[in-house]
Write a protein of this length. Sequence first.
Length: 131
Amino acid sequence: SNTSFGAKILPGFGACDLAYDTSVLSNASGNICSGTTGSRGHYKVFAAANTTVRIVLNAHNNSGDGLIFNPVGVVFSDSTAPIAIDGNTIWIDSGTSGIVEIYVGGTLTLVSKPSVSKTYNFTFEIDYSET
């Protein structure tokens, strides 16, 4: 599922945090979160069983849209306890299933005032590779 900060972000400057474990929204600065709950992202990496997988969550930097997203989350497999992940590289065993799961939240920062009537979509990347 996709990471979402809810149906509406209030126009202004500030930052809204989305908890990767509970999907709770909270204002980090300013007052831009309009709700109390968003949707944490849930992503899966399918790898060969029992291999080491390298994972990095890459931020969305202002590409002219006035948005910055710094993802944080947790990564785990059927053989590895949850490991916190942010912009740093994580190495994890894919376990017997070969499936690595990632839950993502993070901080959305508005660096320019958004249009009231416009929908904003942005992408961030999860880099991964098997070793």
